[in-house]
Design a protein around this ligand. Structure first.
Ligand SMILES: Cc1ncc(COP(=O)(O)O)c(C=O)c1O
Length: 382
């Protein structure tokens, strides 16, 4: 049979970190102790109370399809949470629970973009935005960040005023930089986008992993902003696959068509666990402890990195990534770190074109492993 693969899929790149992952696997096979600081997920277990609710749901036979938007009681709780914590005044019908925030982003891109359209992404930005946009046939305009790893507003405005942009993706706290944008910064970016008839997709998946800063949700004040969030990072539930998308009813009625004909609904018993994540005050306590641990690790990592004279690390204010400038080609540095120090990091080239001298280091690893990784790095940094 002569095989044909669609151009749409051929356009998509597989993970940029695959080569490194293969090399890490090979080293482990040879018995080496490899420290992985490439991961994008908390190293903590899902809180026990959440697991308990999900197990009870399974045992009671809650194992069938649910409403395609997700169970009404979870959407109800989410609409209360969004009102209370994010100042977003929304009905539960304006929320779709999805199998992961990644799928929520996919739904939005598929619905709002097509061949010939353009989306604006910041350089650097999380790897899957680019491929989600490309899957629709739309093109990408990249907007740089400044030296402090924050959006270059002048350039952003120029792009929006000179190019027909359909969608802007904002992400605060940001993966890979760890930066958190202030309410003022976000308002300015959103107003420029809306003045130029672009939708804004606000990915707030790291909203709770934030240090001494306030999270701001632009949907609180602006229409035509679509909010993305999920349970993966806040509650250490990456494998449960549960995210959500919030938008007005007109958009939700379009997004839901794709969910109905692709995945049907999110996993039934995962949703019951999420109910407990939102309902049980114990979950908040556990999240608070986890964020405290992340903050301590951040400080340890950033201090350690900045003690090397050839490394410069802006202090991240949220998420669990540091994005230091290592002063030379980060593809080479990442490979060197793996081969010579047995430490996995992600080169900046995975996140765009501009940050070829940065590496992303995830500190979602134990304090001991971070300390050990820093000691090993002395081999290649001055
Ligand atoms: C910025 C950002 N958005 C969305 C996601 C996807 O999260 P989920 O596990 O809910 O699909 C990730 C995961 O790495 C992320 O870093």
């Amino acid at each position: 049979m002569s095989r044909k693969i669609s151009r749409r899929v051929q356009r998509i790149e597989s993970s940029a970190t695959l080569k490194m992952a293969d090399l890490a696997k090979e080293l482990r096979r040879q018995g080496e102790d490899v420290i992985s600081l490439g991961v994008g997920e908390p190293d903590f277990d899902t809180p026990r109370n959440i697991k308990k609710c999900s197990k009870e749901a399974l045992d009671s036979g809650f194992v069938h399809y649910t409403d395609s938007k997700g169970i009404p009681e979870l959407r109800e709780l989410l609409s209360e949470k969004l009102g209370r914590e994010n100042n977003i005044d929304i009905e539960s019908d304006e929320i779709i629970l999805t199998p992961g925030a990644k799928f929520a982003i996919f739904l939005a891109c598929q619905t709002l973009l097509e061949d010939g359209d353009k989306a604006l992404l910041f350089d650097p930005s999380w790897v899957s935005y680019k491929e989600s946009v490309k899957m629709t046939g739309a093109g990408i305009e990249w907007c740089s960040m400044n030296n402090e790893l924050r959006p270059s507003v002048e350039e952003y405005k120029d792009i929006l005023e000179s190019t027909d942009i359909s969608l802007v993706v904002l992400n605060s706290p940001c993966n890979p930089t760890g930066q958190v944008y202030s309410e003022g910064e976000i308002r300015e970016l959103v107003e420029i986008a809306l003045d130029n008839d672009a939708y804004v997709l606000s990915d707030e998946i790291y909203e709770k992993i934030i240090y001494d800063r306030e999270h701001y949700s632009p949907s609180a004040d602006y229409e035509d902003v679509i909010t993305i969030n999920g349970f993966s990072k806040t509650y250490s539930m990456t494998g449960w696959r549960l995210g959500y998308i919030v938008a007005d009813e007109e958009l939700i009625n379009q997004f839901i068509k794709i969910q109905q004909h692709s995945v049907s609904c999110p996993t039934s018993f995962a949703q019951k666990g999420a109910l407990c994540a939102l309902n049980d005050p114990v979950s908040d306590e556990i999240v608070g402890e986890m964020v405290g641990r992340f903050k301590g690790r951040r400080d340890m990592l950033v201090d350690g990195l900045n003690s090397f004279s050839d490394v410069e690390c802006v202090t991240p204010e949220g998420a669990f990534y540091a994005f230091p400038d290592v002063g030379r080609d980060s593809d080479v540095v990442a490979e060197q770190l793996l081969r010579e120090c047995h430490v996995v990091v992600t080169p900046g080239s995975a996140f765009g074109e501009d940050c070829k001298n940065n590496i992303r280091i995830s500190y979602a690893r134990s304090e001991e492993r971070i300390k050990e990784a820093l000691e090993r790095m002395e081999k290649i940094f001055d």
